[in-house]
Design a protein around this ligand. Structure first.
Ligand code: SAM
Length: 281
């Protein structure tokens, strides 16, 4: 195992602080510091950077991020049992790690980042129960371009496929349109079940997202409602599946220049944006 710092091995940390994993908190810990270092590296050159980590747990990924040279790490953890373990890491890297005790879904990250121009990279082995709502929140945040400059995130493989899917794929849907609209999203590598303690039921995948600086202008709410309606009946033609979105799908499709007989999974992000914007006129 890599020696990335002088802190105790994670197994010792877990037993000393009684951090037995809780399923309700999506706790599957990574104890291999080679692997956490690889995830941190996937987030780019961290020297001097500010990093947001959600769910540091016993701190394996936090340690890798700090060892990679991050200047400031904001780590949001819901499980208060982890706070003492994280305080040890804070003491080892004075002034660099701020641990916030709470629910990441409720934390106002830009307010913590401080100055208007402050930007951060997000790197996290996300708790699976809140991974999708967190990503959707980051992709929908305003103003855009957002406060985050990249996001390097662990998801269940099936969710990673949906995030990175494009037209023609069975997994293309709401997440693929939202992620494709505002970011470039790529699957980076798989992480086997055995890498976690305890092992989850499925393979995981690291996804790296970089925000697009100038996505096609569109109202996120309208785009979401449109896409939900289109993919709600993904096998039907748009002239019928968009009935849940507007009263007159045929006119909407004509205005957007899209054939009414096409199906949701054939429409690219630009097509959905054109449809959403046609509804606005
Ligand atoms: N980063 C650690 C690692 O890689 O070993 C732990 C990852 S574990 C998959 C997810 C972590 O997120 C747990 O520590 C859990 O307590 C925390 N967590 C769960 N729900 C959370 C929430 N809503 N906000 C913040 N942290 C949360």
């Amino acid at each position: 195992m890599a020696q990335i710092d002088d802190l105790p091995p994670l197994r010792d940390v877990i037993s000393r602080f009684g951090l037995d994993a809780r399923k309700s908190l999506g706790q599957n810990f990574l104890l291999d510091l080679n692997l956490t270092s690889r995830i941190a590296r996937t987030g780019g050159d961290l020297k001097g950077q500010t990093v947001l980590e959600v769910g540091p747990g016993p701190g394996g990924l936090t340690r890798a991020i700090l060892a990679a040279g991050a200047e400031r790490v904001i780590a949001i953890e819901r499980d208060e049992r982890c706070l003492a373990a994280l305080a040890e890491i804070s003491a080892h890297y004075p002034g660099k790690l701020e641990v916030i005790s709470g629910d990441a879904l409720a934390v106002d990250v830009p307010a913590i980042l401080g100055s208007d121009s402050a930007k951060a990279r997000i790197i996290a082995n996300l708790p699976y129960n809140v991974a999708t709502p967190l990503l959707v929140g980051w992709l929908r945040c305003e103003p855009w371009p957002p406060w985050w400059t990249s996001a390097t995130l662990m998801f269940q493989r099936e969710v990673a496929e949906r995030i990175c899917a494009g037209p023609g794929s069975k997994t293309y849907g709401r997440l693929g349109v939202l992620a494709g609209w505002r970011s470039e999203a790529r699957m980076m590598f798989d992480v086997s079940r055995q890498a976690f303690v305890p092992p989850p039921n499925v393979t995981s995948t690291i996804v790296h997202l970089v925000p697009r600086q100038s996505p096609h202008p569109c109202d996120p709410d309208r785009l979401e409602r449109l896409v939900a309606s289109a993919f709600g009946q993904r096998r039907k033609m748009l002239r019928s599946s968009l009935g849940g979105f507007c009263k007159d799908p045929a006119t909407l499709l004509e205005r957007a220049g899209i054939e009414p007989t096409r199906r949701a999974e054939e429409i690219d992000v630009a097509g959905f944006v054109a449809l959403a914007n046609s509804a606005a006129d």
